[in-house]
Design a protein around this ligand. Structure first.
Ligand SMILES: Nc1ncnc2c1ncn2[C@@H]1O[C@H](COP(=O)(O)OP(=O)(O)OP(=O)(O)O)[C@@H](O)[C@H]1O
Ligand SMILES: [Mg+2]
Length: 658
């Protein structure tokens, strides 16, 4: 229950005003087309609804006066009648030609600018909003412009301008005709407004029920595997049926209210208005003008009372298009938080070292995960980041990429504060492999090439070979041209990781940021990929997150992160010798994953192991840092004698599980 991804509360006033402003400025931008688009159909309607009937009225008047008609006396009217209708059609065609362009050009611009605004949003925004809902909102924002402009053209300008013309003509016959008509329209609007408001509530309930249906369908379809695995098809179908029945009930209620309540009020008002018009025409029509005036009064009143029925629909259509547009503009009310500085520093790093200085950061609405964190990754160093799940490793890598902004402190790359660089410049320095690499539903080749537009085929294939993508690409139905499915579902977890590594290799950036880049690989594939990685790390600065300690044991320095704090750092050998938190983790792992043997303590919320880490920090905090300073440069010189037992070819300091 409650998967109402597409509904949510109705957008506020600010969002509706913003949507109106956006649509209004489109009309202004396209004014050379918008003006004829709005006015020509209205002028055409004057011809069809008011001028042509006026000619008929004049003809009837003439017939009454002359006691009959001859072809000669009727011909001018017939010709004028034809000319007016023809002209009206021409105006309509020109108007629609312009309207089509206003709709198409306006939508194009809104689709593009809407996407631009989403691309400017920060990572936190996409954590808070579902992709499905954003897709619907940004597309509706463009699409609803058509409804808005069409309603404005056909229903509002197209009705009101001719009505004003009709009023002027009626006035020339008899001012009372105008007074009567306007009075009746005003009375109807006043009487119908509360009913339309009440209907609005029913319509909102109906729309919410429809959104509950689509939310459930989307949720079920994305979780199809889980439904199958738990044999829950029947349950999901029943839930769907209930929701559809609920929306049918609410749909009928709102439609019935429109037909049985709103129109039941408007219909007699409309009849009354028409009768009144006829009465006024008869009562006030002078002897000579009688027939003509009665025909004019009848047709004009009958046209005008149509508007009474349309009033309900106009309101509804404008309201629904503006509500949908506002569901997008409400996303724009909060500007993105991660922005390029007004005057960015030119990119001029003195080296590729990375420093976190007294960094404090909290995820929105959560307790700070880092408080005054310091971490130094000297240029050219290979640093492994390890620690218990949830300790903040991924968060740290994402802060370096500036996916979110920190609350205090500084992050430096090559001595430059990353918040003073352009985001694009900063990220051009970093090759990143995320913990859960996502794929585009594009070809395997395009997924790799994404890392560097303009890369040659040879470069792409070299990267693919280095990341051992080539092996499995050969087995895919279309090789490198195979589409990998939504989010890459047609690839295995390990294959996706290899594609992500190929991207990083192709990116060829000076700083490598690997978050569990090889976690989904079996030991044998990992061995192969590690080989490529070590070669890639040559001459670069690398920050490598891994749960499998054997993956990082050979790094120049290891940093143990727990609950957002660096509890230990040093080389593998040093940390084992220190017999602290890392040594304990290492003992828990026999070539497997961190946490496998500590799971029971973690899941029962026991703080035993955490406490022991904190003890370690108190005892060894400073010592660890000193060691780290040395280890940063000296990692490759020690422990060669024990490398034989290490599962990682390049691990130079490992003593293996003890
Ligand atoms: N977008 C987010 N919003 C709120 N909290 C978050 C968000 N992302 C992560 N967290 C929280 O921050 C903490 C650190 O998460 P992080 O992903 O950095 O851990 P990790 O060390 O990478 O863990 P793992 O080893 O499981 O990958 C966790 O408690 C997590 O719940
Ligand atoms: Mg993580």
């Amino acid at each position: 229950m409650g998967t109402t991804d597409t509904s949510g509360p109705a957008p506020g006033r600010g969002a509706v005003v913003l949507a109106l402003r956006r649509y209004g400025s489109e009309l202004l931008r396209l004014r050379a087309l918008a003006l004829p688009a709005l006015l020509l159909p209205a002028v055409g309607n004057i011809g069809i609804r008011y001028v042509a009937p006026l000619l008929i009225a004049k003809l009837a008047g003439q017939a009454a006066d002359d006691g009959g008609l001859t072809l000669d006396s009727a011909l001018p009217y017939v010709l004028a009648f034809g000319a007016v209708l023809l002209l009206a059609e021409v105006l309509w065609r020109i108007g629609l030609h312009c309207l089509n362009r206003v709709d198409a050009l306006g939508m194009e611009h809104l689709y593009v600018s809407g996407m631009d605004e989403l691309l400017a949003k920060d990572a936190a925004f996409f954590h808070d909003n579902f992709a499905g809902s954003l897709t619907k909102r940004v597309l509706s924002f463009g699409k609803r412009f058509e409804d808005f402009v069409d309603t404005l053209t056909y229903r509002i300008v197209g009705s009101l301008v001719p009505l004003a013309f009709g009023a002027v003509v009626l006035w020339s016959y008899e001012p009372m005709l105008v007074a009567g008509l306007l009075l009746m329209i005003a009375l109807t609007v006043v009487a119908a407004t509360p009913l339309i408001r009440r209907r609005q509530r029913l319509v909102d309930q109906r729309e919410a029920a429809i959104a509950r249906v689509s939310g459930h369908v989307a949720d079920s379809l994305t979780n199809m595997e889980t439904i199958r695995a738990f044999a829950a098809e029947r349950r999901e179908a029943d839930e769907h049926r209930d929701r559809v029945a609920d929306s049918r009930r609410l749909m009928l209620r709102s439609w019935d209210y429109g037909n049985l309540r709103v129109d039941v009020l408007i219909a007699p008002m409309s009849v009354l208005t028409n009768v009144l018009g006829l009465l006024v025409a008869v009562a006030f029509g002078g002897a000579g003008q009688g027939v003509e005036e009665i025909v004019v009064a009848f047709t004009y009143y009958s046209n005008a009372t149509q508007i009474m029925f349309e009033f309900n629909q106009i309101y509804r259509r404008l309201e629904s298009s503006m509500t949908e547009a506002a569901q997008f503009t409400e996303l724009l009310l909060d500007p993105p938080t991660v922005l390029d500085p007004a005057e960015p520093e030119p990119l001029a790093p003195r080296d590729t070292g990375v420093r976190f200085e007294a960094v404090t950061f909290a995820h929105a609405g959560a307790e700070p995960i880092f408080r005054g964190l310091d971490l130094d990754v000297p240029a050219g160093a290979r640093v492994g980041l390890v620690g218990r799940s949830g300790g903040g490793k991924t968060t740290l890598t994402r802060l370096l990429l500036r996916m979110s902004d920190i609350d205090a402190g500084r992050i430096l790359i090559g001595g430059q504060d990353i918040s003073r660089l352009r985001q694009g410049d900063l990220r051009s320095l970093i090759a990143y492999v995320p913990q859960e690499p996502a794929m585009f539903h594009r070809s395997l080749r395009d997924n790799i090439a994404f890392a560097r537009p303009g890369a040659t085929d040879a470069e792409i294939h070299a990267a693919a070979a280095a990341a051992h993508v080539t092996e499995f690409a050969g087995q895919l139905p279309d090789g490198f041209a195979t589409l990998v499915g939504e989010r890459g579902v047609k690839l295995s977890g390990g294959q996706r990781q290899r594609v992500a590594l190929a991207r990083a290799i192709l990116r060829d950036a000076p700083v490598l940021l690997l978050d569990e880049a090889t976690s989904a690989l079996d030991s044998e594939s990992e061995l192969l990929v590690q080989d490529a990685l070590w070669r890639l790390m040559e001459g670069r600065t690398a920050l490598v997150v891994a749960h499998r300690l054997s993956t990082v044991a050979g790094m120049d320095r290891l940093v143990v992160l727990d609950r957002g704090r660096v509890v230990e750092q040093g080389s593998h050998g040093e940390l084992l010798a220190a017999d602290g938190a890392y040594a304990k983790l290492w003992r828990h792992q026999s070539g497997g994953f961190l946490g496998e043997s500590t799971e029971s303590t973690e899941s029962t919320e026991s703080t035993e192991s955490t406490e022991s880490m904190e003890d370690t920090e108190n005892k060894e905090g400073t010592q660890g840092t000193e060691k780290a300073e040395n280890a940063g440069r000296a990692g490759s010189t020690e422990g060669a004698g024990v490398a034989a037992v290490d599962p990682v070819p390049h691990a130079r300091t490992s003593t293996g599980p003890t």
